[in-house]
Design a protein around this ligand. Sequence first.
Ligand code: FPP
Length: 244
Amino acid sequence: MSGSPPASARHVARHVAIVMDGNGRWASAQGLPKVAGHRAGALAAKNLIPRAKELGIKTLTLFTFSKENWGRNPQEVRDILSLILDEIQSSESELQRQEVRLKIIGALDDFPSDIAEQVRLLEAKSAHYNGLTMIFALSYGARQDITQAVSAIGHKIANGQIDPDDLDEALIAEHLWTAGLPTPELFIRTSGELRLSNFLLWEIAYTELYFTTCLWPDFTPDHLNAALDSFANRKRYFGKSRHV
Ligand code: FPP
């Protein structure tokens, strides 16, 4: 712990969204193959769960596989997919023990059907847990999400289900993959890159941003705590005057 006050005494970000970046650089710094970096990255994600709950986080969204990641070297894509499948197969009892609800955002149908089915099954089985909601962004891209939402709304307008005059922000939000989920209060990106990379663009309009040079596999619960400290010290105005 960094000596910060307990969760109850500081303003906690209830929903934290993370771009887990730097697995490749971590692996090459250790002289290991890239897959070892992704494996260490998956472990780093798992290690956050108990502390995230203790710190008062209710929702953790992890950018696990982007739409753009399909363009990586085919062997790396296979390695990441098999890692995701391994994690899913091995995590059921752990999710149950920690009361973690698994939720997926993204185009899950892009995945091989065995992976997609297992993910959906685990999502359904864990739907009633309320210890922590872990959202995995899989084959996710924010622009793709906004596009599919606009398309769905367009179809509903065309067949008379929606009156175009009723179109508002809430209606758009209802058609996104993130429908019904709270918006993130804190966005974290590791590895020193200062980009959003097509992650949750609609949802993070008023989210606090936190960047760290720590490579994802080295990101520990103490790093998460430091990010929450930074969040707790920020004043948020949501575009309103800071002079009240
Ligand atoms: C970015 O590092 C990371 C990814 C593209 C994949 C993230 C996937 C995992 C952490 C493994 C699966 C996780 C779970 C929770 C099942 P990078 O490869 O872009 O790193 P680099 O920029 O240093 O090359």
